[in-house]
Ligand binder design. Structure first.
Ligand SMILES: C[S@@+](CC[C@H](N)C(=O)[O-])C[C@H]1O[C@@H](n2cnc3c(N)ncnc32)[C@H](O)[C@@H]1O
Length: 312
Protein backbone atom coordinates (compact mmCIF):
# COMPACT_ATOMS: atom_id res chain seq x y z
CA UNK A 1 0.00 0.00 0.00
CA UNK A 2 1.25 3.53 -0.80
CA UNK A 3 2.28 6.24 1.63
CA UNK A 4 -0.11 9.08 2.36
CA UNK A 5 1.21 12.62 2.60
CA UNK A 6 -0.16 14.47 5.54
CA UNK A 7 2.69 16.61 6.82
CA UNK A 8 1.67 18.62 9.85
CA UNK A 9 1.72 22.45 9.62
CA UNK A 10 3.59 22.37 6.27
CA UNK A 11 3.44 26.12 5.56
CA UNK A 12 4.40 27.16 9.07
CA UNK A 13 7.34 24.73 9.16
CA UNK A 14 8.54 25.84 5.74
CA UNK A 15 8.31 29.52 6.57
CA UNK A 16 10.16 29.20 9.88
CA UNK A 17 12.90 26.91 8.61
CA UNK A 18 14.08 30.03 6.78
CA UNK A 19 15.86 28.01 4.09
CA UNK A 20 18.23 29.48 1.50
CA UNK A 21 19.98 28.09 -1.59
CA UNK A 22 23.16 26.27 -0.58
CA UNK A 23 21.94 25.40 2.94
CA UNK A 24 22.77 22.07 4.57
CA UNK A 25 19.70 20.80 6.39
CA UNK A 26 18.68 17.75 8.43
CA UNK A 27 15.18 16.25 8.34
CA UNK A 28 15.57 13.83 11.23
CA UNK A 29 12.13 12.21 10.92
CA UNK A 30 11.49 11.71 7.20
CA UNK A 31 8.23 9.70 7.51
CA UNK A 32 6.25 10.26 4.30
CA UNK A 33 8.92 12.82 3.22
CA UNK A 34 6.31 15.58 2.76
CA UNK A 35 8.33 18.16 4.69
CA UNK A 36 11.57 16.96 3.09
CA UNK A 37 10.12 17.31 -0.42
CA UNK A 38 9.03 20.87 0.33
CA UNK A 39 12.40 21.80 1.89
CA UNK A 40 14.79 20.38 -0.66
CA UNK A 41 13.65 22.69 -3.46
CA UNK A 42 14.42 25.74 -1.30
CA UNK A 43 18.08 24.80 -0.81
CA UNK A 44 18.86 24.43 -4.53
CA UNK A 45 21.21 25.05 -6.09
CA UNK A 46 24.07 23.70 -4.08
CA UNK A 47 22.32 22.61 -0.88
CA UNK A 48 22.25 19.23 0.84
CA UNK A 49 19.39 17.52 2.67
CA UNK A 50 20.36 14.88 5.20
CA UNK A 51 17.33 12.66 5.73
CA UNK A 52 17.01 10.26 8.64
CA UNK A 53 14.38 7.78 9.73
CA UNK A 54 14.62 4.73 11.94
CA UNK A 55 11.96 2.99 9.85
CA UNK A 56 13.32 1.33 6.71
CA UNK A 57 9.92 1.67 4.95
CA UNK A 58 10.21 5.46 5.33
CA UNK A 59 13.74 5.48 3.89
CA UNK A 60 12.70 3.38 0.89
CA UNK A 61 9.74 5.66 0.29
CA UNK A 62 11.90 8.80 0.63
CA UNK A 63 14.35 7.37 -1.94
CA UNK A 64 11.53 7.36 -4.50
CA UNK A 65 9.99 10.72 -3.57
CA UNK A 66 13.32 12.54 -3.41
CA UNK A 67 14.81 10.81 -6.46
CA UNK A 68 14.61 13.95 -8.65
CA UNK A 69 16.93 15.65 -6.12
CA UNK A 70 19.25 12.70 -5.54
CA UNK A 71 22.43 14.77 -6.07
CA UNK A 72 21.37 16.96 -3.13
CA UNK A 73 20.10 14.29 -0.74
CA UNK A 74 21.79 11.84 1.64
CA UNK A 75 19.50 9.30 3.35
CA UNK A 76 20.26 7.32 6.50
CA UNK A 77 18.34 4.46 8.09
CA UNK A 78 19.27 5.57 11.59
CA UNK A 79 18.08 7.05 14.81
CA UNK A 80 18.28 10.84 14.97
CA UNK A 81 20.51 10.39 17.99
CA UNK A 82 23.14 9.34 15.39
CA UNK A 83 23.13 12.79 13.71
CA UNK A 84 26.47 13.88 15.27
CA UNK A 85 28.15 10.73 13.86
CA UNK A 86 26.46 11.17 10.47
CA UNK A 87 27.66 14.77 10.23
CA UNK A 88 31.23 14.06 11.26
CA UNK A 89 31.60 11.03 8.99
CA UNK A 90 30.47 13.21 6.07
CA UNK A 91 32.79 16.07 6.98
CA UNK A 92 29.90 18.41 7.87
CA UNK A 93 30.58 20.88 10.71
CA UNK A 94 26.97 21.93 11.29
CA UNK A 95 23.60 22.43 9.60
CA UNK A 96 21.39 25.43 8.86
CA UNK A 97 18.19 23.67 9.84
CA UNK A 98 17.04 20.68 11.88
CA UNK A 99 13.49 19.36 11.70
CA UNK A 100 12.06 16.90 14.23
CA UNK A 101 8.49 15.85 13.47
CA UNK A 102 8.10 13.46 16.37
CA UNK A 103 6.09 10.32 16.96
CA UNK A 104 4.82 7.92 14.36
CA UNK A 105 3.64 8.35 10.79
CA UNK A 106 0.27 7.74 9.23
CA UNK A 107 1.89 4.97 7.21
CA UNK A 108 3.12 3.20 10.36
CA UNK A 109 -0.38 3.47 11.81
CA UNK A 110 -2.27 2.36 8.71
CA UNK A 111 0.08 0.03 6.84
CA UNK A 112 2.88 -0.79 9.27
CA UNK A 113 1.38 -4.13 10.39
CA UNK A 114 3.28 -3.70 13.66
CA UNK A 115 0.40 -3.20 16.07
CA UNK A 116 0.53 0.62 16.38
CA UNK A 117 -3.26 0.83 15.99
CA UNK A 118 -5.83 -0.42 18.49
CA UNK A 119 -8.35 -0.50 15.63
CA UNK A 120 -6.52 -3.32 13.86
CA UNK A 121 -5.65 -6.89 14.69
CA UNK A 122 -1.88 -6.98 14.22
CA UNK A 123 1.04 -8.57 16.06
CA UNK A 124 2.05 -6.54 19.13
CA UNK A 125 5.37 -5.18 17.93
CA UNK A 126 5.45 -1.34 17.81
CA UNK A 127 9.14 -1.14 16.86
CA UNK A 128 9.80 1.73 14.46
CA UNK A 129 13.23 0.21 13.86
CA UNK A 130 12.86 -3.54 13.45
CA UNK A 131 16.59 -4.04 14.12
CA UNK A 132 15.92 -3.36 17.83
CA UNK A 133 15.14 -6.31 20.12
CA UNK A 134 12.44 -5.07 22.50
CA UNK A 135 8.83 -5.30 21.26
CA UNK A 136 5.46 -4.41 22.81
CA UNK A 137 4.81 -8.17 23.03
CA UNK A 138 7.87 -8.54 25.31
CA UNK A 139 6.74 -5.72 27.58
CA UNK A 140 3.12 -6.86 27.83
CA UNK A 141 3.97 -10.52 28.38
CA UNK A 142 7.12 -10.45 30.48
CA UNK A 143 7.48 -7.19 32.42
CA UNK A 144 6.53 -7.26 36.11
CA UNK A 145 3.17 -5.77 37.05
CA UNK A 146 4.90 -2.85 38.81
CA UNK A 147 6.97 -2.13 35.69
CA UNK A 148 3.82 -2.06 33.56
CA UNK A 149 2.17 0.35 36.00
CA UNK A 150 5.21 2.57 35.81
CA UNK A 151 5.24 2.62 31.98
CA UNK A 152 1.50 3.28 31.78
CA UNK A 153 1.62 6.14 34.31
CA UNK A 154 4.81 7.73 33.06
CA UNK A 155 4.36 7.51 29.30
CA UNK A 156 0.56 7.33 29.04
CA UNK A 157 -0.53 9.42 32.05
CA UNK A 158 -3.32 6.81 32.34
CA UNK A 159 -5.20 7.04 35.61
CA UNK A 160 -6.34 3.41 35.46
CA UNK A 161 -2.75 2.16 35.05
CA UNK A 162 -2.85 -0.11 38.13
CA UNK A 163 -6.12 -1.81 37.16
CA UNK A 164 -5.00 -2.28 33.56
CA UNK A 165 -1.61 -3.75 34.56
CA UNK A 166 -3.31 -6.13 37.01
CA UNK A 167 -5.74 -7.38 34.35
CA UNK A 168 -2.95 -7.83 31.80
CA UNK A 169 -1.00 -10.00 34.27
CA UNK A 170 -4.13 -12.01 35.03
CA UNK A 171 -4.90 -12.59 31.35
CA UNK A 172 -1.37 -13.48 30.31
CA UNK A 173 -1.32 -16.27 32.94
CA UNK A 174 -4.06 -17.95 30.90
CA UNK A 175 -2.57 -17.25 27.45
CA UNK A 176 0.03 -14.88 25.99
CA UNK A 177 -1.37 -11.59 24.65
CA UNK A 178 -0.23 -11.55 21.03
CA UNK A 179 -2.32 -9.04 19.10
CA UNK A 180 -3.22 -5.37 19.25
CA UNK A 181 -6.98 -5.96 19.32
CA UNK A 182 -6.68 -8.49 22.18
CA UNK A 183 -4.84 -5.87 24.21
CA UNK A 184 -7.30 -3.12 23.23
CA UNK A 185 -10.20 -5.33 24.40
CA UNK A 186 -8.52 -6.05 27.75
CA UNK A 187 -7.98 -2.31 28.34
CA UNK A 188 -11.51 -1.38 27.27
CA UNK A 189 -12.93 -4.01 29.65
CA UNK A 190 -11.08 -2.52 32.61
CA UNK A 191 -12.04 1.15 32.17
CA UNK A 192 -15.34 1.87 33.96
CA UNK A 193 -18.21 2.56 31.54
CA UNK A 194 -18.88 6.06 32.88
CA UNK A 195 -15.31 7.12 31.94
CA UNK A 196 -15.35 5.23 28.65
CA UNK A 197 -18.39 7.16 27.43
CA UNK A 198 -17.10 10.52 28.68
CA UNK A 199 -13.73 10.23 26.92
CA UNK A 200 -13.38 11.58 23.39
CA UNK A 201 -10.52 9.18 22.65
CA UNK A 202 -10.50 5.37 22.39
CA UNK A 203 -9.98 3.88 25.89
CA UNK A 204 -6.76 2.17 24.72
CA UNK A 205 -5.14 5.35 23.32
CA UNK A 206 -2.97 6.17 26.34
CA UNK A 207 -1.72 2.62 26.92
CA UNK A 208 -0.82 2.20 23.24
CA UNK A 209 1.04 5.53 23.39
CA UNK A 210 2.88 4.41 26.53
CA UNK A 211 3.95 1.10 24.99
CA UNK A 212 5.12 2.78 21.78
CA UNK A 213 7.18 5.31 23.75
CA UNK A 214 8.74 2.56 25.89
CA UNK A 215 9.52 0.26 22.94
CA UNK A 216 11.22 3.03 20.95
CA UNK A 217 12.75 4.81 23.98
CA UNK A 218 11.27 7.95 22.47
CA UNK A 219 11.57 10.40 25.36
CA UNK A 220 15.04 9.31 26.38
CA UNK A 221 16.30 9.81 22.82
CA UNK A 222 14.59 13.17 22.46
CA UNK A 223 16.05 14.38 25.76
CA UNK A 224 19.58 13.36 24.77
CA UNK A 225 19.20 14.93 21.33
CA UNK A 226 17.90 18.23 22.72
CA UNK A 227 20.98 18.48 24.97
CA UNK A 228 23.30 18.67 21.95
CA UNK A 229 21.19 20.67 19.48
CA UNK A 230 23.28 23.90 19.60
CA UNK A 231 26.44 21.93 18.77
CA UNK A 232 24.79 20.62 15.58
CA UNK A 233 23.56 23.96 14.25
CA UNK A 234 25.53 26.64 12.40
CA UNK A 235 25.17 30.26 13.54
CA UNK A 236 21.57 31.44 12.97
CA UNK A 237 20.62 27.84 12.15
CA UNK A 238 17.05 26.93 13.07
CA UNK A 239 15.49 24.07 14.98
CA UNK A 240 11.83 23.23 14.28
CA UNK A 241 10.17 20.61 16.49
CA UNK A 242 6.64 19.29 16.07
CA UNK A 243 5.47 17.40 19.14
CA UNK A 244 2.23 15.50 19.62
CA UNK A 245 1.80 15.23 23.38
CA UNK A 246 2.73 17.13 26.52
CA UNK A 247 5.55 14.73 27.49
CA UNK A 248 7.44 15.52 24.28
CA UNK A 249 6.63 19.23 24.32
CA UNK A 250 7.83 19.56 27.93
CA UNK A 251 11.26 18.14 27.03
CA UNK A 252 11.64 20.53 24.09
CA UNK A 253 10.39 23.54 26.06
CA UNK A 254 12.69 22.89 29.03
CA UNK A 255 15.77 22.31 26.86
CA UNK A 256 15.14 25.52 24.91
CA UNK A 257 14.61 27.48 28.11
CA UNK A 258 17.99 26.26 29.38
CA UNK A 259 19.73 27.31 26.15
CA UNK A 260 18.01 30.70 26.21
CA UNK A 261 18.76 31.48 29.85
CA UNK A 262 22.46 30.65 29.88
CA UNK A 263 23.87 31.11 33.40
CA UNK A 264 22.37 28.75 35.99
CA UNK A 265 24.13 30.25 39.05
CA UNK A 266 22.02 31.36 42.05
CA UNK A 267 20.86 34.98 41.56
CA UNK A 268 22.72 36.23 44.67
CA UNK A 269 26.14 35.03 43.43
CA UNK A 270 28.21 38.14 42.52
CA UNK A 271 29.97 36.41 39.57
CA UNK A 272 28.99 33.57 37.27
CA UNK A 273 30.66 30.29 38.15
CA UNK A 274 28.79 27.92 35.81
CA UNK A 275 30.03 29.49 32.57
CA UNK A 276 26.81 28.76 30.65
CA UNK A 277 25.97 31.45 28.10
CA UNK A 278 22.75 31.73 26.05
CA UNK A 279 23.04 29.63 22.90
CA UNK A 280 19.57 29.67 21.34
CA UNK A 281 16.63 32.04 21.08
CA UNK A 282 13.02 30.94 20.60
CA UNK A 283 11.46 32.54 17.54
CA UNK A 284 8.10 32.88 19.33
CA UNK A 285 7.19 32.41 22.97
CA UNK A 286 4.13 30.17 22.59
CA UNK A 287 4.17 27.17 20.25
CA UNK A 288 2.24 27.37 16.99
CA UNK A 289 -0.75 25.05 16.58
CA UNK A 290 -2.57 23.89 13.44
CA UNK A 291 -5.63 25.70 12.13
CA UNK A 292 -9.13 24.21 12.46
CA UNK A 293 -9.13 23.67 8.67
CA UNK A 294 -5.92 21.63 8.88
CA UNK A 295 -7.30 19.49 11.71
CA UNK A 296 -10.42 18.81 9.64
CA UNK A 297 -8.30 17.51 6.74
CA UNK A 298 -5.71 15.77 8.94
CA UNK A 299 -7.09 14.74 12.36
CA UNK A 300 -3.62 13.43 13.36
CA UNK A 301 -2.53 17.08 13.55
CA UNK A 302 -5.03 17.71 16.38
CA UNK A 303 -2.61 17.74 19.29
CA UNK A 304 0.48 19.02 17.46
CA UNK A 305 2.63 21.97 18.56
CA UNK A 306 5.45 23.61 16.65
CA UNK A 307 8.39 25.21 18.47
CA UNK A 308 11.11 27.05 16.58
CA UNK A 309 14.43 28.32 17.93
CA UNK A 310 17.48 29.90 16.37
CA UNK A 311 21.12 29.45 17.30
CA UNK A 312 22.64 32.72 18.45
C1 LIG B 1 5.30 12.13 12.17
S1 LIG B 1 6.31 11.14 11.16
C2 LIG B 1 7.15 12.30 10.17
C3 LIG B 1 6.35 12.80 9.02
C4 LIG B 1 7.15 13.61 8.01
N1 LIG B 1 7.67 14.84 8.55
C5 LIG B 1 6.37 13.89 6.74
O1 LIG B 1 6.41 15.02 6.23
O2 LIG B 1 5.73 12.97 6.23
C6 LIG B 1 7.55 10.61 12.25
C7 LIG B 1 8.63 9.75 11.63
O3 LIG B 1 9.76 9.86 12.49
C8 LIG B 1 10.38 8.62 12.66
N2 LIG B 1 11.08 8.69 13.95
C9 LIG B 1 10.53 8.87 15.17
N3 LIG B 1 11.48 8.92 16.11
C10 LIG B 1 12.67 8.78 15.47
C11 LIG B 1 14.03 8.75 15.91
N4 LIG B 1 14.36 8.88 17.20
N5 LIG B 1 14.99 8.62 14.97
C12 LIG B 1 14.67 8.49 13.65
N6 LIG B 1 13.41 8.50 13.18
C13 LIG B 1 12.41 8.65 14.08
C14 LIG B 1 9.27 7.62 12.58
O4 LIG B 1 9.75 6.37 12.17
C15 LIG B 1 8.32 8.25 11.57
O5 LIG B 1 8.57 7.77 10.27
Amino acid sequence: MGFEHTSVMPQQVHEHQNLKPGNIIADCTLGGAGHAFASVRSILPGGMLIGIDQDLDAINHAKKILHPFKENVLLFHSNFSDLPKILSSNGIKGVNSILLDLGFSLNQLKNGKRGFSFNKNEPLDMRMDIRNDLTAFDIVNSFKESELVNIFFKFGEEKFSRRIAKKIVEKRRQALICNSSELADIITGVIPAKYRFKQRIHPATRIFQALRIAVNRELERLEKFMEIVPSLLLKEGRLCVISFHSLEDRIVKQALRKFENGCTCPKDLPVCLCGFVPQMKSVFKKPLVPTKEEIKINPMARSSKLRVAQKI
